[in-house]
Structures are given as structure tokens and as C-alpha cells.
Write a protein that binds this ligand. Structure first.
Ligand SMILES: [Zn+2]
Length: 417
């Protein structure tokens, strides 16, 4: 399969982009090539697509189910009781709804943590996205449940060969306050042995830090480091409450950090200190978190929140400029997640967006990246290509109506169960 995009704007210059199989093959002016699909790129700019480094896709089914509630009550009184009843079919329906929303807002990859991971994987396979999918591990601090938890993850991994390469299975221990040290240690050892990534919620709230100091005599980052858990294969999610020593540890271990500005603000988790992380040289990537704590999966909106919040906290509008926010949603996460993507270059994986330059939020035609971060909404994204396949064109995603209707029905079934 080949795609030729003619006369598209790439970094202020018009050119042709030729995609062969799943990579950008040639990028130049007036390419003398034919292709299976030819797209007229006039009035479009080509940009890297978005890589969402932390979400719980199937929680789209719980959007607006419990809002404006403190984190631990939100989890204990609302989310976890509903999740006790959730089935793999519900997860599939929720993840399909999430994938639809992600495609329509320009995201081609997400790093997921949730129950019934095979339901999510089936949705991703059908919808054509990339994903790192982890089965969430929670043993409620009971080391006796460690083997059972890891067995469940292993059951999921056995199905890996049924899915294309763009879907990878990873480890997802929920947090230090829900997972015992035994499970954390074993999970870490297995991830290293099997060469899998890990994601974990870390230092999200002040009470998580206080509990960690009381229970383990260490802050959350120190506690994980003391068991050899941290490394370049780890995505630490949130990291709102860090000391200088915590940041030094994360830097030393090469950990990547997923910043979820909308979720942090909505749950009043605290003041994420972007300037301090930047100074410490820690890679920061932007993520949405799940749709029940955001409540959408738009990376456009999360880029803007990240930039505005960083400026607001620092008192300096030069903090986290638009170019940096855009890189934190595209190039940086692709690199951190080990994907040869996140850039429009010959040889890179063919993931990209065609942006409608005539959309009102992008006019007049000034700085496109600044407009994407501060002004754009998803409607300006006309076409989404992932792994050399067109997932959306003219804003149409196949089977959209069926996905919407089936997700609504799945939510009603879940509520009445
Ligand atoms: Zn989360």
C-alpha cells in the first residue's frame, strides 16, 4: 500500500510526501511517483500526530459518571465499585469510543493502564492505532496476592502474537499505595527480563507522599528506587509532589515522566513544577489521563493546559513555549516510548496529521505550531494517518455511528448490572 500527498505544507515549504507500507519513503518537491492513494495536500499542512503517554481508554465509558470529587473518594466510592462489575466486552466498547475520540483529535498512540487489557487491544487492532497496553495490577498491599496478579498479566501476554506489532503489552502496577512491595519487585524484575515497559502513578497527591513516609520511611520516588524499580523503561505518571532529591533520582535513572495537566487540575492534585523538571533535565511528556478525570482525550487541550499552567505558576510567560509543548506531545513521547516516529522525515514511521489551514482557529496564517497549541480545536484536523494507513479522512472515521451507539448501550448495561 502506498500514499502520495501532493503539495502539502511541511515547515513552511510545499512538498510531496510519499508513504510506502508503514514509513515515509520520499519527501521532496514534485515527486514523479504514482501511488495507490493520492491526496491533494493544497491548503493542508502535514504535522506529526500525537502520542498520549498515559490514559485509561475504557474509562471513556465513565465520562461524567463522578465529577468534582476528591481523588480517594472518587476511586473508593465511585470508580472502583463500578469497575468491579466491568466486563471485557465493556472495556472493548469503552476503548473503541476512546479510540474514536483520539483519532478525531489527532492521537495515534496511547499508553494504557486498565482492566481486561485484551478488550482494549481488540479495539486498538480494529481502529488501527498504536498502543502500549498494560493490565492494571492492584493487590491492595497484600503480598499474598502477588502471584495471582502477575499470573493475570502473563495470561494477557500469551495473546501477544494475535496482535500486530503496533500493539505492545506492558506492565501497569497502579501505584505504591495499591500494590505491595513484593508485587512491585517481581513486576520490575519481570519487565527487565522480558524487555517490557512499565507505567505507574507516582507522587500524585500530598497524601500519597505522607502515607509513603509513614509506611515505608521514604518518599514514593525513594521507595521505588530502593527496590531497583526505576529505569529508562519506566513511565512515571503525574509526579506532582517531588523534592530536589526525587528529581535527581528520576534523572539518574533515566525515567520518563507523563504529565496530565487536566487531570491534576480537576482533581486538585497539586502544583506540577515544570520549570524544576526542565532544569533537572527530565523528559516530560504530555498525557490526558482517563476520560473520567479530564474529561476528554484531546491532546490539543492538554498541550494548552500544560503550557498555561506552567506559565501561571512561574509568573513568566516565557515558560514552556508552544514549540516545547508541541514536542512534549509528539517527538519526545515517541522517542521515550522507543518508537521510530514523532517526526515527518524519510525513514520514520508514517504517522501524521493533515491540518486544514482554512479552519477559522488557524487564521490568519501566522505561526502554525503556536496556533496548534493555543488556538486549534480538533475540527482543524482533516486526516489522520497511522502506520501508513488512513484512519480518518475529511474527518470521517469508518463505523463512527455504530461505535457511538454500542458504547452508550454498554454504559447503560454496566449501570444496571
Ligand atoms: Zn491514571
Amino acid at each position: 500500500m502506498s500514499i502520495l500527498i501532493k503539495n502539502v505544507l511541511l515547515k513552511d515549504k510545499s512538498c510531496d510526501v510519499y508513504i510506502e507500507k508503514n514509513r515515509f519513503s520520499k519527501i521532496a518537491r514534485d515527486l514523479p511517483l504514482s501511488a495507490d492513494i493520492v491526496i491533494d495536500g493544497s491548503n493542508f499542512a502535514i504535522l506529526p500526530a500525537f502520542y498520549n503517554t498515559h490514559t485509561h481508554a475504557a474509562m471513556s465509558l465513565m465520562r461524567s459518571y463522578a465529577d468534582d470529587i476528591e481523588l480517594f473518594s472518587w476511586l473508593n466510592d465511585y470508580i472502583w465499585p463500578l469497575e468491579n462489575k466491568i466486563t471485557e466486552e465493556d472495556v472493548y466498547q469503552g476503548a473503541r469510543l476512546a479510540a474514536l475520540e483520539m483519532i478525531k483529535s489527532g492521537t495515534v498512540f496511547f499508553n494504557d493502564m486498565y482492566w481486561h487489557a485484551l478488550g482494549t487491544a481488540r479495539a486498538v487492532k480494529e481502529m488501527g492505532l498504536r498502543a502500549d497496553i498494560s493490565l492494571v495490577l492492584i493487590d491492595a498491599g497484600d503480598p499474598g496476592r502477588s502471584a495471582e496478579q502477575l499470573k493475570k498479566a502473563n495470561e494477557v501476554f500469551k495473546h501477544e502474537k494475535e496482535f500486530p506489532e503496533r500493539i505492545r503489552f506492558t506492565y501497569g502496577p497502579h501505584a505504591i499505595y495499591t500494590v505491595s512491595e513484593k508485587t512491585l519487585r517481581e513486576c520490575s524484575n519481570l519487565a527487565k527480563k522480558e524487555n517490557r515497559r512499565i507505567q505507574i502513578h507516582l507522587s500524585e497527591t500530598a497524601s500519597e507522599v505522607a502515607d509513603s513516609l509513614r509506611n515505608f520511611g521514604k518518599r514514593p520516588v525513594e521507595y521505588l528506587d530502593s527496590m531497583g524499580f526505576l529505569g529508562p523503561h519506566v513511565t512515571a505518571v503525574h509526579c506532582v509532589h517531588l523534592t530536589e532529591n526525587d528529581r535527581a533520582i528520576l534523572k539518574r535513572r533515566g525515567v520518563s515522566l507523563a504529565h496530565c495537566p487536566a487531570s491534576n487540575m480537576k482533581l486538585s492534585s497539586g502544583a506540577f513544577d515544570y520549570p524544576a523538571l526542565k532544569k533537572a533535565g527530565i523528559p516530560v511528556m504530555i498525557a490526558t489521563d482517563g476520560a473520567s478525570s479530564n474529561n476528554n482525550l484531546s491532546m490539543l487541550e492538554s498541550m494548552k493546559f500544560a503550557a498555561l499552567w506552567a506559565k501561571s505558576l512561574s509568573g513568566d510567560p516565557r515558560t514552556l513555549p508552544a514549540e516545547e509543548a508541541f514536542a512534549m506531545a509528539t517527538r519526545y513521547p515517541a522517542e521515550a516510548m522507543g518508537l521510530d516516529a514523532g517526526r515527518i522525515e524519510e525513514g520514520a514511521l508514517a504517522d501524521c496529521l493533515l491540518i486544514n489551514l482554512r479552519h477559522p482557529t488557524l487564521l490568519p496564517s501566522g505561526n502554525l505550531i503556536t496556533n496548534m497549541v493555543y488556538s486549534a480545536n480538533p475540527e482543524c484536523i482533516d486526516t489522520v494517518i497511522c502506520d501508513g494507513n488512513i484512519l480518518m479522512q475529511k474527518r470521517i472515521v469508518p463505523a463512527e455511528e455504530a461505535i457511538i451507539e454500542e458504547a452508550e448501550a454498554a454504559f447503560q448495561r454496566l449501570l444496571s448490572r
